[in-house]
Each structure stands twice: as C-alpha cells, then as structure tokens.
Write a protein that binds this ligand. Structure first.
Ligand code: NCD
Length: 322
C-alpha cells in the first residue's frame, strides 16, 4: 500500500505528542509516543521505497546547525526534510563560515535562524546546549547531539532498528560495548530502553564506565543489569551487541585515550559465540571496533541502522511540523 499526504497519518497506533515540540532528551518520550514514531517510521520506509518521498512539508524549512563534525546525522536530517518536500538551510560546513566565528552567542544564532526556518536541528559540543537553544528559539529545536550528553534522535533510530531486526524489544538482553562514559548514543539509548522490559550489560574499561547517574537510573527502575569489562562474558546472551567508538575528542588526556582505544574489537571469531538471531549495531563512525570481515554477517545491522535514520528522522520532522 502506498500512502498519500491524506492517508499517511490515518489509524497510527500510539500518540503524537510531538506537534510543535522540541526534541531534546529521551526522557520526554512515553512508550505510546515511541510506538507512534516507529509506526510512522515504517510508513516512511514504504513511502521512500515506493515513490522516493512525499510533499508533506512543502515550503517548510529546516536549519541544520552543526558545531561538531557529522556525516550521518546531518545528511539524514537533510535527506529526510527533502524527501518530505521541504528544504534546508545548511550550516554544517563548519560554523567558521557563519557569524559564530565573530563571537555570536548560541541564543542569538538560533533566534536568527528561527526567523527563516520552521525547525532547527542542532549539534553542539556542550551538554545542555540543545536545551539552551530551545530556550531562545521560537521554533522546535531537535537535539542532534549535545556533547557527551544526549543524542535522542539516534536513540529513536536505534530502537526502531532493534524492532525491525528482531521483531520485538521487550524481553531482550542489550549489551553496550566501548565508551559508555562519553558516548552520548548509549546514554540516550539506555534511558529510552527503560520504557521496555530489557536486560542491560554494560561492557567497558573501568575509566569508560556508564555514568553513575544513568547506571543508578537503570537500577532504580528495577531493570536487570550487569557491568563487566569482558565482552566474552556477555556475547552468548546478548540479543543486541551495541558497539561504540571511544570518543577521542572528549578526552582531556590523550595518553588515556591511547590506553583504551583498541580495547574491544568485534571480529568473526567473537561472533561464533553469539546467538544466531542477534544484531550487531554501531552508531558509526567506527574506527576499528568492528572489523570489515564482520560486514557480510547477516547479524551486522549497522548500515541498515543508517538507513533507518532516514525513516525515523522523516517521521520526527513530520510529527513535529505537521
Ligand atoms: C555518534 C555521535 O555523533 O554521537 N555518531 C552518530 O551520530 N551517528 C557516535 C560517534 O560519534 O561515535
């Protein structure tokens, strides 16, 4: 079945609590809203596969303001907006070409962009920057990563990927591996998964453990959870192996980075111990944590995960702007 602008939103399960809202952190989502976004994401997949897109957001504009490097997040937001018939003001080529380099504050920059655009997608190196931008901007702000804080739209596409790949979320054991301290994607995904009945395995070297606040949140929630530094301890029981890059740019001491950077390497040998039906995920970019020899394994889902980012960001922009 092919959807039209008139039928796209018909009979969706869950609830759209997003209209006109900022997307800042995963704690803002109810399970009902997650159901809604994933169902809409599924429809976006059908739309893209059948006709490439839909003129739902014609004449709408999205500003993409990226103060940190990005490939997937910026490209998928831009692709999502354009596949919905909208357009983009891209400030992604290094803000050195914008007035930020003249010393303009974040507040003034977003207030300016809001005069032209209907939504602002922001990536920024500081925790809390998205909330600060939302304070100033009269249009919705979508957090595309605030330093080591959160990356809520990535968590939504990760959730969607788990659902698509394994057909369920409840009852799974999710192992997160690598830089759990600075990795904003695992911060967001962990908190998002607390909406479901999921067991957690946090695998990291001591200095890259999951922040206490998040580990405590998991504990207080009553979710099953174990921490270890040894990936072999969890590989057999994991339904999801979520691998992350050590976030070099967040280290103040590069010698410390050198010590932990090659700590985990997922190779075909490790996967011989894993379940036949499981998924290997990674937000990408990878810098050696998953060998290319793993890419042809049917369980390697990271490029399908990238594709899902397009559908979920289409769903989010539609939910926020329509
Ligand atoms: C991640 C990020 O920027 O937080 N990438 C992404 O958005 N897909 C992960 C990373 O940079 O390691």
């Amino acid at each position: 079945m092919s959807y039209t602008i008139d039928t796209l939103f018909d009979d969706l399960p869950g609830a759209n609590g997003f209209h006109g809202k900022d997307i800042l952190k995963v704690a803002q989502f109810s399970r009902d809203e997650l159901t809604y976004i994933m169902a809409l994401g599924e429809r976006m997949r059908e739309v893209v596969e059948s006709s490439g897109g839909l003129d739902l957001l014609k004449h709408r504009l999205m500003a993409a303001l990226f103060y940190e490097p990005s490939t997937r997040t910026s490209a998928s937001f831009i692709a999502a907006m354009e596949r919905l018939g909208g357009s983009v003001i891209p400030i992604t080529q290094g803000v050195q070409f914008s007035s930020v380099s003249k010393g303009e504050t974040l507040g003034d920059t977003v207030r300016t962009l809001a005069q032209y655009a209907d939504a602002i997608v922001l990536r920024h190196p500081e925790i809390g920057s998205a909330a600060e931008a939302a304070h100033y901007a009269p249009v919705p702000v979508l957090n595309a990563g605030d330093g080591a804080g959160e990356h809520p739209t990535q968590a939504l596409l990760d959730l969607f990927t788990i659902q698509q790949e394994l057909g369920q979320i409840d009852g799974l054991t999710v192992a997160m591996v690598g830089d759990l301290r600075f990795g904003r994607t695992v911060h967001s995904l962990t908190q998002l998964l607390l909406n479901y009945d999921v067991g957690f395995r946090f695998v990291s070297p001591e200095i890259l453990r999951m922040p206490l606040a998040i580990a405590n949140q998991v504990r207080d929630h009553g979710a099953e959870m174990r921490e270890t530094y040894d990936v072999h301890e969890v590989i057999e029981e994991a339904d999801v192996l979520y691998v992350t890059r050590v976030q070099k740019e967040r280290f103040s001491d590069l010698a410390q980075y050198e010590e932990v950077k090659g700590y985990y390497i997922v190779d075909p040998e490790l996967l011989t111990k894993a379940k036949e039906k499981m998924v290997v995920m990674h937000p990408l970019p990878r810098v050696g944590e998953i060998l290319e020899a793993v890419d042809d394994d049917p369980r390697a889902a990271y490029f399908r995960q990238v594709r899902n980012g397009l559908y979920i960001r289409m769903a989010l922009l539609a939910a926020v702007l329509r």
